[in-house]
Design a protein around this ligand. Structure first.
Ligand code: 4UW
Length: 519
């Protein structure tokens, strides 16, 4: 077995919860503003945040929605997101984070699958939340803010709970984000306090934080990248956030300029905008020392262009929901263009031939396998998917094809798994295919991703139909009824047959090659 590791020393494994990890830093600076709502300017100081977290935990436990319960949170980035996340954690519960742009059908699926006991949302998404709650047989709804006839977050607040409800740091599920992993439908990813705390420390070890540094936080907190790298790392590392409910280039630039941001946490489509968009020149971004991109490949050319334009370093990180999420970060003083950088501390890596299972020598391309304390406990209620992803001795098969050069730098080369990344968001082909097959005019379907300059990849569909087959617009309308906008297909091709292996697996590579031939 050939194991690659960083030369950097391991970080200590600490026996504390993620909220205790964040509070450690907040108690040192009670009066500092740590969260500001971008659109309204409303602020929370460190003391406010801790007080709201403790009062929410007290209220949840008093009402029987704390220890052992699962709270679903469906909200855009806002200061109270951190209150709910850490309030539920402090109460000994589990948070499952839901994309607020989801349709009622998607929300209902996650509520049902996660066994959620309560759904917390904002007035803007209340109608969808109500429809989803009804679909699963009803569960209590809470809004952050106010809406007539609905319990509010402030109603839920109780007497402050001073101590964290005890939980097992290695087995309690503190957060349950959803990911399709290497194959199939989105699944609940069981992450422990140990997973989250160690990954915060692994990131901070390589991130050179400065007390008080402010970032514009648009990466969604419901996704592991925003949740950990932004919300938890910034609060635990001594920083502060101005939250944005959605990406808006000018607001992002304005906040970064006004707060003299040192660092921009972004995804590749934003790197492209920073490299090319004329409006960037209207802002003073001289404070920006680095841009940090992850969640999808950032091409070397865009990486170099943005670094040159902003006169900063452009770094990449590699992560995956199942890895809490980070395993690789570009070293600030010696990044390599196109590389996701060096392994984080405490992280073992292997490059394995996906066909033979043999370890490959340095420089060769194979599947990236990871072992470390940030590896998830497994998927929820899906032992089969867990067994396919985690080996008996703790290695997680990422489904990504990578190579590691002689200096230990990792380069993602390709993707073995089905997953499509649209602007960094997960699109699971199996979910689109299952939805397509619910149409009585569609007898078989396959979805693949095609390279796209702006989005990274765009989903396209191949359809086999019968005499009731819809046209391309009909196919799109069918998907729109139950799937959110980023999961829509951009092109539809009608074919006689979907190419499959003897065991019935869709041969996605054959379809991809066919598109290359026609391009
Ligand atoms: N290059 C190429 C990359 C890269 C990549 C991810 O939605 P998930 O499960 O999770 C994420 C997590 C992203 C993340 C990256 C870096 C980082 O530092 C951080 O926190 C700081 C978070 O996206 O999707 C996982 C899949 O996304 C692809 C890859 O296929 C991976 O398996 N991916 N980062 N730099 N591809």
């Amino acid at each position: 077995m050939t194991i690659y590791k960083t030369a950097a020393p391991d970080v200590a494994l600490r026996d504390i919860t993620i909220t205790q990890r964040v509070f450690e830093n907040l108690t040192r600076r009670p009066d500092a503003v740590v969260l500001t709502d971008g659109p309204t300017g409303a602020t929370l100081t460190a003391a406010d945040l801790m007080d709201r977290v403790k009062r929410l935990a007290g209220g949840l436990n008093a009402r029987g929605f704390g220890a052992g319960k699962t709270v679903a949170l469906m909200a855009p980035n806002m200061p109270d997101y951190a209150v709910v996340f850490h309030g539920v954690a402090w109460a000994g519960g589990t948070i499952t984070t839901i994309n607020p742009t989801y349709t009622a059908a998607e929300v209902a699926h996650q509520l049902r699958d996660s066994g959620a006991d309560m759904l917390i949302t904002v007035p803007m998404f209340l109608e969808t939340a109500q429809a989803a709650a009804t679909e699963v047989g009803g569960l209590p709804l809470t809004v952050i803010g106010s809406a007539e006839g609905t319990q509010t977050l402030d109603d839920l607040m109780g007497a402050p709970q001073e101590a964290q409800t005890p939980v097992d740091l290695d087995t309690h599920i503190v957060v349950l984000p959803y990911s399709s992993g290497t194959t199939g439908l989105p699944k609940g990813v069981r992450l422990s306090h140990r997973n989250l705390v160690v990954n915060v420390d692994q990131i901070i070890a390589g991130a050179s934080f400065e007390e008080g540094e402010v970032a514009a936080g648009f990466l969604p907190f419901f996704h592991i990248y925003g949740m950990q790298a932004l919300m938890n790392v910034h609060l635990a590392g001594g920083g502060a956030l101005v939250t944005l409910p959605r990406f808006d280039l000018e607001l992002f630039l304005q906040i970064s300029q006004d707060h003299r941001a040192r660092r921009m946490w972004i995804v590749p489509p934003v790197a492209l905008a920073l490299a090319k968009h004329p409006v960037v020149d209207q802002y003073d971004l001289s404070s920006v020392e680095e841009i940090f991109s992850g969640a999808a490949p950032l091409g070397g050319e865009v990486c170099d262009a943005v670094a040159k334009r902003l006169n900063c370093v452009a770094l990449q990180g590699y992560g995956m929901t199942e890895l809490s999420p980070v395993t690789h970060i570009s070293p600030r003083h010696a990044p390599k263009s196109g590389s996701s950088g060096l392994a984080t501390p405490n992280t073992d890596c292997r490059i394995v031939d996906p066909d033979t299972g043999a370890d490959l020598p340095a420089g060769e391309e194979g599947e990236l396998w990871i072992r470390g304390p940030q590896v998830m406990m497994g998927y929820l209620n899906n032992d089969k998917a867990t067994a396919e992803t985690l080996t008996q001795d703790g290695w997680l098969k990422t489904g990504d094809i990578a190579k590691i050069d002689a200096d230990g730098y990792m380069f993602i080369m390709d993707r073995l798994k089905e997953l499509i990344k649209y602007k960094g968001f997960q699109v699971a082909p199996a979910e689109l295919e299952a939805t397509l097959l619910t149409h009585d005019g569609i007898t078989d379907a396959a979805v693949i991703g095609l390279p796209d300059d702006e989005a990274g990849e765009r989903p396209i569909a191949f359809i086999v139909g019968n005499d009731r087959v819809p046209d391309a617009d009909g196919v799109r309308a069918h998907l729109k009824r139950t799937l959110s906008s980023y999961k829509q297909v951009h092109e539809v091709y009608f074919v006689d047959e979907i190419p499959k292996s003897a065991s019935g697996k869709i041969l996605r590579r054959v379809l991809r090659d066919r598109m290359k031939d026609t391009a």
